[in-house]
Design a binder for this molecule. Structure first.
Ligand code: CS2
Length: 485
């Protein structure tokens, strides 16, 4: 079987699966940092649809931050990959043509900087995960203890990290009078545009305060809410794509049919007409972000921890268990109480649609995958709504359940927990005395908001959850759902 490539497009079993436009005629206008499955299923997919509809010089140069193999493999397919939508009626494959080629930041720093400096580069988008920026979420300043930040401060003209690369490119663009590109952060962070801009200004200030002031005054960083559940690729993904298309594709990804993108419209150098293919342009995406972070991602984290502890490998398995569905509904209900109304969206319907999306039997999303990086995710997903619930006198119990399950999950993993703060977490959550564990949590910098630290109601509730977890094996605890109500 031939490998997917420009030349192999003519051999596709079904020509309606091909990109449907002359890729080579369209220039590159976007550099994307973080060439993973989520980018392929979301921004690359939306941009592909725009290119098919109205063309434009908006193809994407993908940058893998660390793994050179990722870039080599997609280049061997001329940037092409298949997106497999897992519908309940059967899978549907489509070849995405928006990625022109790829580089690796760790091994090709100067090539990446050159691409970022090209006047044709109008947008630099990012999906590097919450921890990938090296920005302290509590202060939005660069984390001085982060090895990549330290390395790039020492080698500012040869950077390998997100902040270092963007700042160096902006410095060079400014020196040669090229207007700054727009930075579009597409990670699950609240006010993600403001977050990344603060990190960039802070990083630049360490190098040159004047450059920092210029970035602050001239750089556009619109915030955006992105959504599409995209599990890691498996052998089955590749086998299904080979069956549907008749070509071999090592870069194929699988994802759910649902997708949503809400974007603030602040692109001084222009942008693809993403709204023509379904994106929503909004003056302020904060309410959409909070809705998604607290309802989708918060529930995902709870399902990941409680599901994993209850022996569920995939989200769909957890959702086949009524007691876990009830647990998730309780959290959603409490989270809705903390959200403002959004015109055109019924939050109860949104939550119900999420339940159905999580149940999709075609999507094999590992609880362990979502369980990673809790220290980076739970602030916006669980602690922030817990603060609001506490302040308004609403129920905080479902938030305490989620945190207790996370703590318990960390205890089962020890120092092997997949989290940049693994050592600290394992030291904090030792022993069988809930008060020791609470003290450990409190001592972790920037994790639990002060309002919760100072609240007896919160500490009592969390202590209560933890004592129950300690008193009975966790699987029994989860069976005894009444204790969680
Ligand atoms: C998940 C997200 O892994 C996680 O933490 O909650 O990746 C989630 O699948 C996406 O945000 C869905 O849009």
């Amino acid at each position: 079987m031939n490998r997917l490539s420009d030349a192999a497009l003519a051999e596709l079993k079904d020509q309606s699966c091909a990109p449907g436009y002359a890729r080579e005629d369209l220039g590159v206008g976007i550099v994307h940092l973080g060439l993973g499955a989520f980018h392929k299923a979301h921004q690359a997919f939306y941009t592909d649809r725009v290119l098919a509809r109205s063309g434009g010089d908006w193809r994407i140069l993908g940058v893998a931050m660390r793994n050179a193999q990722v870039a080599e493999d997609i280049n061997a397919q001329d940037g092409l990959f298949a997106l497999l939508e897992k519908r309940e009626t059967g899978p549907r494959a489509h070849v995405v043509g928006s990625i022109a080629s790829a580089l690796c930041a760790a091994t090709q720093s100067s090539e990446v900087i050159a691409a970022l400096c090209a006047p044709t580069t109008k947008i630099v988008s990012t999906t590097v995960t919450e921890k990938g920026y090296g920005i302290d979420p509590a202060t939005r300043a660069p984390d001085q203890t982060n090895p990549v930040i330290q390395r790039d401060w020492e080698n500012p003209e040869n950077p390998v990290g997100v902040l270092g690369m963007i700042v160096e490119a902006l410095r060079l663009r400014r020196a040669s009078n090229v207007a700054p590109f727009t930075v579009l952060c597409c990670d699950n962070l609240p006010e993600n545009g403001r977050f990344v801009k603060a990190g960039l200004v802070g990083f630049a200030a360490h190098r040159d305060p004047e450059l920092a002031a210029w970035i602050d005054a001239n750089l556009s960083c619109p915030s955006t809410m992105v959504d599409r559940i995209t599990p890691a690729q498996t052998e089955e993904t590749r086998a299904l794509v080979a069956q549907c298309l008749g070509v071999a594709d090592s870069q194929a990804i699988e994802t759910e049919p649902f997708h949503q993108w809400v974007i603030e419209d602040d692109f001084p150098l222009g942008r693809p007409a993403w709204e023509e293919v379904g994106a929503i342009i909004a003056p302020d995406v904060t309410p959409y972000e909070d809705m998604k972070l607290r309802l989708l991602n918060g529930s995902h984290s709870l399902l990941a921890y409680a599901g994993y502890l209850d022996g569920k490998r995939y989200v769909r398995d957890a959702m086949a268990d009524e007691k876990l569905v009830r647990l998730v509904r309780q959290l959603m209900h409490a989270a809705i109480e903390t959200l403002p109304a959004i015109e055109g969206i019924d939050l109860a319907d949104y939550a119900e649609d999420l339940i159905q999306r999580f149940k999709n039997p075609e999507i094999a999303h590992e609880t362990l995958q979502i369980a990673s990086d809790g220290s980076q995710k739970l602030g916006q997903r669980i602690f922030a709504p817990a603060v609001q619930a506490l302040q308004s006198g609403a129920t905080i119990r479902p938030f305490a359940v989620a945190i207790a399950c996370w703590i318990w999950f960390c205890r089962t993993q020890g120092t092997a927990v997949n989290d940049p703060r693994a050592e600290e977490l394992s030291a904090a959550f030792q022993g069988d005395d809930p008060d020791d564990i609470l003290r450990g949590l409190m001592a972790m910098n920037g994790l639990q908001p002060d309002t919760l630290k100072e609240s007896e109601v919160w500490s009592d509730t969390l202590r209560d959850m933890l004592s129950q977890l300690i008193a009975v094996p966790v699987d029994l605890f989860l069976m005894e759902e009444s204790k969680l109500a």
